[in-house]
Write a protein that binds this ligand. Structure first.
Ligand code: ADP
Ligand code: MG
Length: 287
């Protein structure tokens, strides 16, 4: 363990370094998108839970929004269905929707809730279908039951937060007729952050941050504005899974969210590093 390598004085210094950050973030809402790909490493799940519980314990109000693409893909493989993608979005027929809903709501959501609740009665799992949290509309006919967020009913989240609870959201939405849709988790995280006027919107993913050159891990952009991001998106410089992340990020920052971060979810305790130390990790996006 790293902590054993630190002398007592160094440990104390790390804790003291956290003080101004704890004060700054006290009472603030932080929406954390936990990526399907960052969730793949089982050893990291308990560390993620610790980070979320620690944030909550020092007065922040975290909301977790999770994906589950790889986990959905895995069950589809087992069932002999081939996943199909178009511009980073899963093409979803009725059977695929059924699988996605079972995996996201029935398994991934439960796993995250349980790992947090090892530390106390804190996390409550929700699907976007609960209390009309996420009203969805079909994105386009060729994507099937892939939805876009039409409306977020943040009231249910506010009520849970006011009780000191940690909402954990699976990104299935429902339309007015009760039809369910699978919605990209990045898009939902941005919409929820916007609806809650969150202080921070964090995407935990499986790269060290936004790269200037997709192929070059050394090309991480440490800070960028929403305007510049928007230009990158328009230029077609962004591909695959980064598209919904950055698009939702730009939208959220233009609508009241104070700052966003794209962080490497494969780094142990990356949330603690970002929120409570002077370390600058990942990509920071400001309005
Ligand atoms: P998540 O499960 O976290 O949503 P995604 O695979 O959907 O993960 O999105 C992250 C992926 O986006 C990266 O692993 C990388 O392959 C891809 N990507 C595309 N363009 C970039 C870029 N400019 N910088 C970093 N990653 C990029
Ligand atoms: Mg993704």
């Amino acid at each position: 363990m790293v902590t054993q390598a630190l002398a007592a004085g160094e440990k104390a210094a790390v804790l003291a370094e956290a003080l101004p950050y704890i004060r700054r973030f006290w009472g603030k809402i932080v929406v954390v998108k936990y990526g399907g790909n960052a969730m793949d490493d089982e050893r990291l799940a308990p560390l993620f839970a610790e980070d979320i519980v620690l944030m909550r314990s020092v007065g922040l109000r975290p909301v977790v929004v999770h994906g589950g693409g790889p986990q959905i893909g895995e069950l589809m493989n087992r069932l002999g269905k081939t996943p199909e993608f178009s511009n980073g979005l899963r093409v979803t027929d009725a059977e695929t929707l059924d699988i996605a809903r079972m995996v996201l709501v029935g398994r991934v959501n439960r796993d995250i809730v349980s790992s947090i609740n090892v530390h106390g009665p804190l996390a409550v799992g929700l699907s976007g279908e609960d209390a009309q949290l996420i009203s969805a509309v079909a994105r386009s006919p060729e994507l099937g039951f892939v939805g876009d967020v039409e409306n977020v009913n943040a009231g249910i989240l506010e009520r849970l937060l006011s009780q000191g609870l940690i909402p954990v959201v699976a990104t299935i939405g429902a339309d007015v007729a009760g039809q369910s849709y699978n919605i990209n988790a990045d898009t939902v995280a941005g919409a929820i952050a916007e609806a809650l006027s969150a202080e921070r919107l964090v995407y935990l993913t499986n790269v060290e941050g936004l790269r200037k050159d997709v192929e070059d891990p050394g090309s991480r952009i440490s800070a960028i504005s929403a305007g510049e991001l928007d230009r990158l998106l328009q230029d077609g410089a962004i591909t695959e899974g980064m598209i919904p992340k950055l698009a939702s990020c730009v939208q959220a920052l233009r609508n009241g969210v104070r700052r966003a971060h794209i962080l490497d979810g494969r780094v142990p305790h990356v949330l603690l590093l970002e929120f409570f130390t002077d370390e600058g990790v990942g990509t920071m996006v400001e309005p």
